[in-house]
Design a protein around this ligand. Structure first.
Ligand code: ATP
Length: 310
């Protein structure tokens, strides 16, 4: 194992933020830590980077215990939620800052910085003071500054939160491409389930400081280990099964028809999203969500009576 978190714990004023966390990462892997606000994601990342001392537990990197190594001496690079750029420097100075402590010639240093700026799409802002950049641009400078260090572990705390939807998708792909190309082992903190599903090799789902499940995006989506995971990742319907059973069914797994099916309901509302339409179907005292791909010709309307099958 490349990176091991062994029983990390941290509490603030007797409130447990992270509770006995065990996680292992392979070299070159991108693992997302996903969970709702306040579940302990940032605290976990800060313990790995050395910014918050762990109360108990160890951080082991390549077999070496780095739990007490100061942050500046850890082979990690962090992109904070607040980016923490050097405000009195311009873009390229920010990106190259950490490289100064490596034995590189000036030309080589600038070359690497420029290459990274190119990757994040900010080469044209090379000489611009960072305090004149938008939030999203600053976020990208922070990313470039961390990635240029080619760290052993890259720690990203909601690195795309300030970007608009379109740019977020683009950057998601860029981060993944660069991360794979350079083979950087990465921990990616996000509360955005779609982001975690699309970017990760594996996802660790956290709730109240504890791990709920660790698995590939497909596993956590298709075989959630708990009701919490099922509800947090994607949308899901809970249907009464036989006896005590509860069936959990994703909206895209339900089909709708006007002729036959196992449940009879009435459409209460519909929402068109582009690729599919979500129908909210009243079945006795429940509302069931059904996604119908836009490619299907049939369209229903509120008050239509429909059959559902799953
Ligand atoms: P978000 O997605 O909102 O950033 P998070 O999952 O990253 O949340 P953390 O920032 O790790 O959550 O916080 C976990 C818990 O610890 C929260 O209840 C938070 O209020 C608490 N906490 C975090 N930092 C401190 C601190 N410096 N002092 C006191 N309590 C803290």
């Amino acid at each position: 194992m490349y990176l091991q978190l062994m029983g990390l714990s941290k509490s603030y004023n007797n409130i447990t933020a992270v509770d006995d966390l065990h996680l292992e990462l392979d070299k070159g892997e991108l693992l997302s830590i996903l969970g709702p606000s306040g579940c302990g994601k940032t605290t976990t990342l800060r313990m790995i980077g050395g910014f918050t001392p762990a109360e108990s537990g160890k951080v082991i990197l390549e077999g070496r215990d780095i739990s007490t190594t100061p942050p500046n001496l850890r082979p990690t690079a962090t992109v904070f939620q607040s980016y923490a750029l050097f405000q009195h420097m311009n873009v390229i100075q920010n990106v190259c800052y950490g490289l100064k402590f490596q034995k590189l010639g000036k030309k080589e240093m600038l070359g690497q910085g420029e290459e990274m700026l190119e990757m994040v799409g900010l080469k044209h802002y090379r000489n611009k003071p960072v305090n004149q950049l938008s939030g999203g641009e600053q976020q990208r400078v922070a990313l470039a500054r961390a990635m240029v260090m080619n760290p052993k572990v890259l720690l990203l705390d909601e690195p795309l939160s300030n970007l608009d939807a379109k740019l977020r998708q683009k950057m998601r792909k860029e981060i993944r491409d660069i991360q794979k190309e350079l083979g950087i082992t990465t921990l990616y903190v996000t509360h955005d389930q779609e982001e975690a599903l699309s970017i990760s090799d594996r996802i660790a789902v956290m709730n109240h400081g504890r791990l709920e499940q660790v698995g590939t995006p497909r596993t956590v989506y298709n075989s959630p280990a708990s009701r919490f995971v099922a509800e947090f990742i994607g949308r899901i319907n809970f249907l009464a099964g036989k006896g005590e059973q509860i069936l959990a069914v994703r909206p895209e797994r339900i089909t709708m028809s006007e002729v036959s099916g196992s449940l009879l309901g009435t459409i209460a509302q519909k929402q068109f999203t582009g690729a599919y339409t979500t129908y909210f179907v009243r079945v006795s005292d429940h509302t069931i969500e059904v996604d119908v791909p836009s490619l299907e010709d049939r369209e229903w309307n509120p008050d239509d009576v429909v059959y559902l099958s799953y």
